[in-house]
Design a protein around this ligand. Structure first.
Ligand code: SF4
Ligand code: SF4
Length: 101
């Protein structure tokens, strides 16, 4: 099971979702970000971070955006990995920065 990024993501500058992902499974191209289905552990941490509600569980993707399931899963040369820092969500959110990886 995996999360899927859909249409509303296009044009996002903030990319708050990838800052909380414990497996760094977000990828991007010039348009938007994608979630690698084999790397996502379905933790759900990214969902509330997205300001435009672009992320859905693959079982709940709205019908007009069903093709994004394949788009997220399909390896394409233009898509590159994001946020390979391997920080845990607690380390990213810690206000005093006492947690480091
Ligand atoms: S999924 Fe949401 S937070 Fe992440 S890049 Fe797309 S629009 Fe931005
Ligand atoms: S559900 Fe968890 S593992 Fe999957 S993309 Fe979102 S934050 Fe990353």
């Amino acid at each position: 099971m995996t999360m899927v990024v859909t249409e509303p993501c296009k044009g996002c500058k903030d990319k708050a979702c990838l800052k909380v992902c414990p497996t760094d499974c977000f990828y991007e191209d010039g348009d938007m970000v994608y979630i690698h289905p084999d790397e996502c552990i379905d933790c759900g941490a990214c969902v509330p971070e997205c300001p435009v509600e672009a992320i859905f569980h693959e079982d709940n993707v709205p019908e007009p955006w069903l093709h994004y399931i394949e788009l997220n899963a399909k390896p394409r040369r233009s898509v590159r990995p994001l946020n390979r820092s391997r920080h845990t969500p607690c380390a990213v959110r810690c206000v005093t920065h006492v947690r480091k990886m």
